[in-house]
Design a binder for this molecule. Structure first.
Ligand SMILES: N=c1c2ncn([C@@H]3O[C@H](COP(=O)(O)OP(=O)(O)OP(=O)(O)O)[C@@H](O)[C@H]3O)c2ncn1[C@@H]1O[C@H](COP(=O)(O)O)[C@@H](O)[C@H]1O
Length: 106
């Protein structure tokens, strides 16, 4: 999984400065962080709609769109995708119920 995502991350970083007339990455990057964030939200909603329709083929495509646009947002913020994967690794084996119960109150 890391190899696929690393390749996509490198492609996104390289394509950000490409010609926007031939590169979707460059075109969206040029529209700014708010537009990229909006696309993440739209793709998340489309993923939810596919799930609620129990459309397994559709959810694969929508999930790919969501992950791609999330990676565009991380690149725009200069956050390496490894930081997200490292956080998931750190959480491995920690129950979500136990983690939430251990949060400071307030
Ligand atoms: N993985 C993707 C990828 N996934 C989805 N998309 C594009 O994301 C867009 C999302 O579709 P939408 O209809 O929601 O977006 P839209 O047409 O801009 O709609 P509006 O927001 O304008 O209304 C489509 O144009 C898809 O083609 C992607 N575009 C590029 N990549 C990767 O990025 C690489 C570089 O792409 P370019 O920069 O275009 O060369 C590609 O080789 C791929 O590896």
């Amino acid at each position: 999984m890391r190899a696929t995502l690393h390749t996509l991350e490198q492609t996104i970083r390289q394509r950000r400065s490409a010609d926007p007339s031939t590169s979707y990455v460059a075109k969206l990057a040029a529209r700014g962080r708010a537009k990229i964030a909006q696309k993440v939200g739209e793709e998340a909603v489309e993923t939810v709609i596919a799930a609620m329709a129990d459309d397994r083929a559709e959810i694969v495509g929508e999930s790919a769109d969501l992950i791609f646009h999330l990676m565009m947002l991380l690149a725009d913020m200069d956050v390496p995708f490894d930081a997200v994967l490292d956080e998931l690794d750190r959480r491995e084996g920690v129950s979500g119920i136990a983690e939430k119960a251990a949060r400071p109150k307030g």
